[in-house]
Design a protein around this ligand. Structure first.
Ligand code: PLP
Length: 424
């Protein structure tokens, strides 16, 4: 199936007489005829559901659709993008381990890694995504367990060199994890470039309608855990909490990562997506392939308009030919990047705030990447826990305005921007 067809068809195929839409299995629990039947589930000897804190059929239909779109081998939904990124790393890195991470990542992820996961004893080295391969090479330590980056950094809009970082990670026997939230699998499939684990905040374009918070983890099924068995004991040695199962042996390259993540992390932390939310996410996914090109088309026009406006100090949009990342964007995302454009206004912070309060269609919202055009000043909101130095290292200028271009009529969006500029 092509991507557009997968958006509609993948993940769930009703049998004779069954509901066309995915059923919402709004049930905490599942019934079995014998204790032995249920025991097999607990031992991971049989497939099936027993408790919605770990797994639910509605979630799996939707996870399977995203898995097909990302061309992975297995996938799971989580309650949020934060939970997805946390699980993706904590599934393979523990107290005493080390992770290499692009410095230009989403502020919430940076905080999760740099503050909360450090408290759990995991060490992070943050490197510019534009660092040389020698610098990247030098960052590896014997206890490095994975490498992490974002396809298009939120909000810095820096395009990550997935193939180069994947090759380096593999030279050191560790997987590359890529947060593909902004590009979506319509515009980029990191697995095609060597990425091993893909994460998403489905809260953004995948849901696409400001309706529901969620996340997803997709495993490419290609990383050979057994080959580096010493590095990944959680996957390659018996799990006492599951009667001595060795995930990489029992479920192979294709299934080990997601099975362990479900059986251990979802069991213990319970960051499950509600089945009702998974249903809403599925509605969003059914039009993802129609919405993404429109987001990209509108955003390019907005970026071109801003570039020609003399009240604007600078514009950052990777699909603009003048952009530093244009060539890299064309390589990884030939059909377009995303709907998010960032820019600075001459006169700095004060003018930016005045401009924002003049907007009528573009709403001030923490959110980004959905059907409604919205606008945000990260330095005073999502990134306010960072000082100016950290902001700049994270690719976020203190005067940066993040404009998430929606799928309204482009003439109305441009008119709104123009009248807001006229009034400052
Ligand atoms: C929003 C976002 C997250 C966090 O996702 P939530 O669903 O808000 O928890 C992670 N990564 C990126 C790139 C994001 O844009």
């Amino acid at each position: 199936m092509k991507q557009a067809t997968k958006c509609i068809q993948a993940g769930y195929t009703p049998k004779n007489g069954e509901s066309r839409m995915i059923p919402i299995v709004q049930s905490t629990t599942f019934k079995y005829d014998t204790s032995e039947d249920m025991g097999k589930l607990f031992d991971l000897e049989a497939e099936g559901y027993f408790y919605t804190r770990l797994q639910n059929p509605t979630n799996d239909y939707v996870a399977n659709k995203i898995c097909a779109l990302e061309k992975g081998s297995a996938a799971m939904l989580t309650s949020s993008g934060q939970a997805a990124n946390f699980y993706s790393i904590f599934n393979i890195a523990n107290n005493g381990d080390h992770v290499i991470c692009s410095s230009t990542i989403y502020g919430g992820t940076y905080n999760l890694f740099n503050v909360t996961m450090r408290k759990m004893g995991i060490d992070f080295t943050f490197l510019s995504p534009d660092c040389s391969m020698e610098e990247l090479e030098a960052a590896f330590k014997p206890n490095t367990k994975c490498v992490f980056g974002e396809t298009i950094a939120n909000p810095a809009l820096i395009v990550f060199d997935i193939e180069a970082w994947a090759n380096k990670a593999h030279e050191h026997g560790v997987p590359l994890i890529v947060d593909n939230t902004f590009a979506t699998p319509i515009n980029c499939r990191p697995i095609e470039w060597g990425c091993d684990i893909v994460t998403h905040s489905t809260t953004k374009y995948m849901d696409g309608h400001d309706a529901t918070v969620g996340g997803c983890i997709v495993d490419a099924g290609k990383f050979d855990w057994m080959k580096y068995a010493d590095k990944f004991p959680g996957l390659t040695t018996p799990d006492d909490s599951y009667h001595g199962i060795t995930y990489a042996e029992k479920f192979g390259k294709e299934g080990a990562f997601i099975t362990k993540c479900t059986a251990q992390l979802m069991r213990d932390f319970g960051s499950i997506q509600a089945p009702m939310n998974a249903y809403l996410l599925n509605l969003g996914l059914e039009s993802l392939h129609v919405r993404m090109p429109r987001h990209c088309e509108n955003a390019l026009k907005v970026a071109q308009y801003l570039e020609s406006n003399d009240k604007v100090a600078w514009v950052n949009y990777p699909s603009l030919p003048s952009n530093k990342y244009y060539d890299r964007a064309k390589k990884y995302m030939p059909d377009g990047t995303c709907g998010v454009v960032s820019f600075g206004i001459k006169g700095g912070r004060q003018k930016a705030e005045a401009f924002m309060s003049n907007l009528k269609i573009a709403m001030i919202a923490t959110h980004v990447a959905d059907a409604h055009t919205c606008v945000l000043h990260p330095a005073s909101s999502t990134h306010r826990q960072m000082n100016d130095e950290e902001l700049i290292a994270g690719g976020v200028e203190p005067d940066l305005i993040r404009l998430s271009v929606g799928i309204e009529d482009i003439e109305d969006i441009l008119f709104d921007l123009q009248q807001a500029f006229d009034n400052i």
